[in-house]
Design a protein around this ligand. Structure first.
Ligand code: DGJ
Length: 703
């Protein structure tokens, strides 16, 4: 609901109220927290009475969208330079409530209803700024738009999607930081005086920092305390930054990072920021995640796939890497028979002359040395065994050793007369150039039109370098989205798994198109507990593509039981990444059992509420459970990492159940009340070994 009374703008839905007011054209942020159940008159009176109106828009006043050069010396949300000016002073000159959220050329939340649109005009540059606010049940969505009708070109150095000012207080921040093989580690930091940034200038959202930041009270835990969390719906360069001022007030900005001094906004042009999804929780990080999960399930994921079970795939990468041929693939496909999986994905290595990673990216035609009869025999064998077929592309990359590069060296990102920087022996294509996107689309089309392919794994294996001007970076990510749009327009049923050297582009921008993203190249079950735990902070479980792989694990050399690998991978979208043609009968039986169970529980995992019970960052264990919306079913996975003699038996208190209901624990054939499970808890039954895991199914049984 959006109401405006005496200059106070009040947006509320679900559990939250968000309010700011206008004074002399300037916007003062005044409240974001628990839903206020008071009359609009009362709200206006109390917010206006609480606020100080003598310094609005200047230093230490709370601001709705911060500006530079007119007396506020903290980090700004917008910075514009032009002919003889480097300051802005945007003042409100109008507002309207739109029936529906306007759409832009960027990925965005769907189903947006009532939207507050503010129009501000800069006294200095004469540019127009629009701020958009759309309340959803689970959270608020914000974005900004600059319209240059000033009569001259300007330079936009900084243009944030969202700014939130917090009153004086003690705060922590939560960020999801990491590296290749260890994405999305939740990092909690105490906010101290000064400025801090989490950002990516790699052209992708990155393994290092996710476009996510949460501000919490200093005592926030998994179940208690306040959280305001922001997730940018964007896949390119971003910045999430904060400044804590001398009065312990906190300003947070999040938005696209415009590099190298910014971009030119020509007279008559419009610049849209990405959207930010913002949730408020007063029940800690657990509730924050559940709100994001619901928001994204209902409004971000392509509705075509949102509620449809994700494919259970067997992927060829760790089985063969580049070393396969038709015969090996046919055996592989036969090996998957009887496991219950539904899609076989042929990963890297099927095109050009690709025997290793030194060549052929960009040459999207079949390697006839490996596949002399093309893909048809492979696809026929899949069909015969009842499988769908999927294939890998790395559309954005090119190897210097490729036909594409030889024909179009200028299509790779490059700086004139300087040799490009290779990483993994490859360059990145200039996706800001529509000819490049068209060419790649046409090459993919040749394969996708010819063969019956229902699934594409879209990989991207290195960051961008060799940038000749800032507009390249700006245009690159929009070119990526353009290719997604074109593919999904032509193949609306195509399931595209996102991937970027593991989780290097695990963000809400990609999730708009790809209902599932490869979470990490680290497939070790124990490592995955941490990676999945962190990724689940913001992203719904079913968007995490998790594979059971072979032991010793290829990334860590570690052995973990097959049961444990299956249990961990089942907390998301389950798949396999091992040579199913070489499995023992015992392993086959176990995998078939895992897949059968998973299919039974998949709906629960896709729609249920997640409770993180034990953090692998704090304990020698990991435990998550998912509870159905009606609290009638739950699914729990517990893992103990290292075993030691004489350890206490781990006891876990469950969450999210109905305390008055009776539940049957299927694996133990016992009936216990919700109150007992949540207060007394359950002792875990583990084997005397490292990395032992237990899976429990819990069902309401009192009618
Ligand atoms: C990186 C991906 O994350 C892997 O799963 C695999 O597809 C390789 N690239 C292939 O080159």
């Amino acid at each position: 609901m959006i109401t405006i009374k005496e200059g106070v703008f009040h947006l509320s839905a679900g559990n939250y109220s968000y309010a700011f007011y206008e004074k002399d054209g300037r916007l003062v942020h005044s409240y974001f927290g628990n839903k206020l159940d008071i009359s609009e008159e009362r709200l206006a009176t109390s917010l206006l009475a609480l606020g100080r109106h003598d310094n609005i828009g200047r230093d230490w006043a709370l601001s709705e969208y911060a500006q530079f050069g007119r007396g506020d010396f903290r980090i700004a949300s917008v910075e514009i330079t032009g002919n003889a000016f480097a300051s802005t002073e945007f003042v409100l000159c109008g507002y309207e409530i739109l029936k529906n959220k306007p759409s832009t050329d960027l990925p965005q939340l769907r189903n947006g209803g009532e939207t507050l649109k503010l129009t501000l005009r800069d006294k200095i540059s004469r540019l127009q700024l629009n701020l958009f606010y759309t309340p959803y049940e689970e959270g608020l969505v914000r974005s900004a738009r600059l319209v240059n009708n000033s009569g001259e070109d300007v330079n936009v150095c900084k243009f944030m999607s969202t700014c939130i000012d917090f009153p004086q207080g003690k705060y922590n921040t939560l960020n999801l930081n990491g590296r290749w093989g260890a994405e999305c580690t939740p990092c909690i930091d105490k906010v101290t005086s000064g400025i801090r940034q989490f950002s990516s200038c790699r052209g992708v959202s990155s393994h290092q920092h996710n476009p996510f930041i949460a501000v919490t009270s200093s005592d926030t835990s998994e179940d208690n305390g306040e959280v305001v969390a922001m997730n940018l719906i964007f896949s390119g360069n971003f910045v999430a930054e904060y400044e804590s001022d001398e009065k312990t007030q906190l300003r947070v900005n999040i938005g696209e990072k415009l590099m190298h001094g910014g971009i030119v906004l020509k007279d008559g042009d419009v610049l849209n920021s990405p959207e930010t999804a913002i949730v408020y929780s007063n029940h800690g990080l657990g509730e924050m995640s559940r709100l994001f999960h619901k928001l994204y399930r209902k409004n971000l994921i392509n509705p075509k796939f949102a509620n449809v079970p994700r494919p259970v795939v067997v992927n060829s990468w760790e089985s063969f890497y580049f070393d396969f041929n038709e015969g090996k693939l046919l055996d592989f496909i036969d090996g998957a028979k009887g496991l219950g999986v539904d899609t076989i994905v042929l990963d890297d290595g099927w095109f050009g002359k690709r025997d290793d990673d030194t060549g052929s990216l960009g040459d999207w035609f079949i390697d006839t040395n490996k596949l002399p009869n093309g893909l048809q025999p492979v696809i026929d064998r899949c069909r015969k065994n009842g499988f769908k077929f999927g294939i890998w592309f790395e559309p954005e990359a090119v190897n210097p050793d490729s036909r594409l590069y030889r024909n179009h060296p200028d299509w790779a990102l490059h700086v004139k007369d300087v040799e490009g920087v290779t990483m993994r022996n490859q360059y990145m294509l200039d996706f800001s150039n529509p000819d490049v996107v068209d060419y790649i689309f046409d090459s993919m089309k040749l394969i996708l039109d010819k063969y019956d392919i229902s699934y594409v794994k879209w990989d991207s294996n290195r960051p961008l370098s060799d940038i000749s001007d800032a507009s390249k970076l700006f245009g690159y990510v929009r070119g990526v989205y353009r290719l997604y749009e074109r593919l999904l327009e032509r193949y609306p049923d195509l399931f595209i798994e996102g991937c970027s050297s593991g989780g290097g582009r695990f963000d809400a921008g990609i999730l708009y198109y790809s209902p599932m993203i490869w979470t990490s190249d680290d497939t070790d079950a124990y490592e995955r507990c941490r990676i999945q735990y962190g990724t689940s902070m913001c992203y719904p479980l079913e968007t995490l593509s998790n594979h059971v792989s072979a032991c010793p694990n290829h990334q860590t050399g570690r052995f973990t039981p097959l049961h444990t690998r299956g249990a961990v991978a089942s907390m998301g979208s389950l798949g396999y990444e091992l040579n199913v043609g070489l499995l023992s009968d015992d392993d086959k039986k176990q995998i078939a059992h895992q897949v059968e169970n998973y299919r039974r529980d998949q709906h629960l995992i896709m729609n249920g509420d997640l409770y993180r019970l034990v953090s692998p960052f704090e304990d020698n264990a990991f435990c998550q459970m998912v509870v159905s919306q009606d609290k009638s079913k739950a699914y729990l996975v517990f893992l103990r990492a290292l075993n030691t003699p004489n350890l206490p038996i781990p006891r876990v208190r469950l969450k999210g159940l109905d305390d008055k209901a009776l539940y049957r624990i299927i694996e133990r054939n016992t009936v216990v009340s919700g109150a007992e499970l949540m207060n007394i808890g359950l002792n875990m039954q583990l084997k005397c070994e490292d990395f032992s895991a237990e899976i429990l199914h819990i069902e309401r049984c009192d009618g």
